[in-house]
Write a protein that binds this ligand. Structure first.
Ligand code: CA
Length: 520
């Protein structure tokens, strides 16, 4: 004790000196930006008007596009929830961060960008969906949904334990985020706020304020809703994610059974868990929103393509109504920044953990390296630092999020991070040696029966290897953007196939880590 006190006294003058130097630097150095990262779950860029949606409008997310940069070639490395989140935090592909599938636990002792920002003096918070099993690390404050969380009256976990909030999850997540901005953060320091929504994840339960938004419209069907998967590998036919055959009337589509006393089967039983959390008033309003259409559905006894088209409409309307809630949240957060003088010095990013099938190929869900689930929305606004209304087509991935945030904050990017900051791409002289290919690998086996596969995508081509079946798919995305015409083995593709195979093998050795046994 005595020694400790002496040592403190010994260092006291030096400490004072360091403090005064730091204050002087602070005065001349431009202040570091705040970072607001708004991250939703399963939001396809095809359902964002800034990305040319044919099916909805997202006026608040579009504000970011008008005032910032929209990335048109942002891709995930592994199209599923927990792995994408681990990639975002670590800046590394799945084998390097240890979360290959939704069953893995994230090792919170590894380097993450929130931990580095926290160490650099940021006030950090995480609100909403986490989905990485262990308690978050790197946050001064966190309130997260357990697992997938609930749409109505969700529980939130925090270091103080579990607390149930009455209301709709997107609104509550936004309220908690705004509460922290208003009174939770240390206002003397820059902040990192990660506001992570559950919506629009399955089972697509809209808030009561948007539940009837799409009642009077017919949403256009995707051209590939009735895809027959000819030319594709066997994997495309082995999946279990079709609107036709793998969607549940009650759980997914809110069609109340005619016989309410009948025993519910399969996932339809899960409906009772979601309904059991609702207040009587919420449940009554929720069921009433569908009652008239449900009665008409039962009377119509649809079959075949008519039934698939009906299910598509019900599915997509619920999905889009969930997104309307997320868009409201973006609006509330942007308004708060503007009303409190924070907009100018805050980098705001909107993204989602992967894309999603909105009926393309007859599917819902994600997982595949095909474009609808490979693409991620990514819009960034930082007034005065990033151009307004710009689109960027560089090939980017979620490994680039962490280094981008660190770069914006002026924090060194550790060697082990595999991604690169996107900020130089937006400078007056963008780098000329940026990547010209991206690597993808999906590992999970089980739900939805999608075969593990890996692949490489360039600006024009995509090669996929479904290694368990040893089958290949090759697409010319310029000629065939919907990926309906597998060119693998077709005359005239020998050269491009060899080039892509060589790229894939090189990338697999860097990022794929053959010693990882999963997926082989
Ligand atoms: Ca997801």
């Amino acid at each position: 004790m005595k020694v400790h006190r002496q040592s403190l006294q010994h260092h006291l003058p030096a400490l004072i000196l360091i403090t005064s130097i730091a204050s002087a630097q602070e005065m001349v150095k431009p202040s570091r930006p705040n970072i607001l990262f708004i991250f939703s779950d399963d939001h396809s860029s095809a359902a964002i008007s800034a990305y040319g949606s044919r099916i909805n409008t997202t006026p608040n997310i579009d504000r970011l596009a008008a005032e910032g940069v929209t990335f048109d070639s942002m891709f995930c490395t592994n199209s599923i929830c927990a792995p994408s989140r681990a990639v975002v935090l670590s800046g590394k592909h799945s084998p390097a961060n240890g979360v290959m599938d939704n069953g893995n636990v994230f090792d919170g002792t590894q380097v993450t960008f929130p931990k580095l920002l926290q160490a650099a003096g940021y006030s950090t918070a995480l609100i909403g969906k986490w989905h990485l099993k262990k308690d978050p690390t790197g946050f001064d404050h966190w309130e997260v949904l357990p697992g997938q969380g609930d749409y109505y009256n969700p529980d939130f976990l925090s270091p103080e334990g579990k607390k149930r909030h009455e209301g709709y999850v997107t609104d509550i997540t936004t309220d908690l985020a705004l509460d922290w901005l208003e009174s939770g953060r240390d206002q003397s320091r820059p902040f990192l706020l990660m506001c992570q929504h559950k919506a629009p994840h399955r089972s697509w339960m809209p808030g009561l304020d948007h539940i009837n938004d799409f009642d009077d419209v017919t949403i256009p069907e995707p051209e590939t809703l009735f895809d027959d998967y000819s030319t594709r590998s066997d994997a495309a036919r082995m999946q279990e994610m079709e609107i036709d055959r793998h969607m549940y009337l009650y759980y997914d589509l809110k069609v109340t059974p005619e016989d309410r006393e009948a025993e519910l089967k399969g996932p339809d039983r899960w409906t009772m868990g979601a309904h059991g959390r609702m207040t009587e008033a919420q449940l009554n309003a929720f069921e009433a929103a569908y009652a008239e259409e449900n009665a008409a559905f039962h009377a119509a006894k649809l079959e075949g393509r008519e039934l698939v088209s009906w299910k598509y409409q019900r599915y997509i309307k619920n999905y889009l109504a969930c997104i309307a809630g997320v868009d409201d949240s973006v609006g509330r957060l942007l308004d708060y920044l503007e009303e409190n003088g924070l907009a100018e010095n805050t980098l705001v990013v909107y993204s989602s953990d992967q894309g999603f099938y909105l009926g393309e190929h007859g599917w819902y869900d994600k997982r595949w390296m095909y474009e609808p689930s490979l693409r991620m929305p990514f819009l960034a606004r930082w007034p005065g630092k990033l151009p307004a209304g710009k689109r960027d087509a560089h090939l980017a991935q979620n490994i680039d999020f962490a280094p981008t945030f660190l770069d914006a904050a002026g924090v060194d990017v550790p060697e082990e991070i595999q991604g690169h900051s996107l900020l130089p791409l937006l400078s007056k002289s963008p780098p000329t040696d940026w990547r010209d290919e991206i690597y993808y690998e999906y590992f999970e086996r089980g739900i939805h029966a999608v075969q593990p596969h890996r692949g490489v995508r360039t600006a024009r081509y995509k090669l996929m290897h479904i290694h368990g079946l040893d089958q290949w798919e090759l697409y010319d995305l310029q000629e065939d953007p919907q990926e309906l015409n597998n060119l693998y083995g077709v005359e005239g593709t020998t050269e491009i196939t060899a080039d892509l195979k060589s790229r894939l093998e090189r990338l697999r050795l860097i990022y794929g880590q053959t010693e990882v046994s999963q997926g082989e």
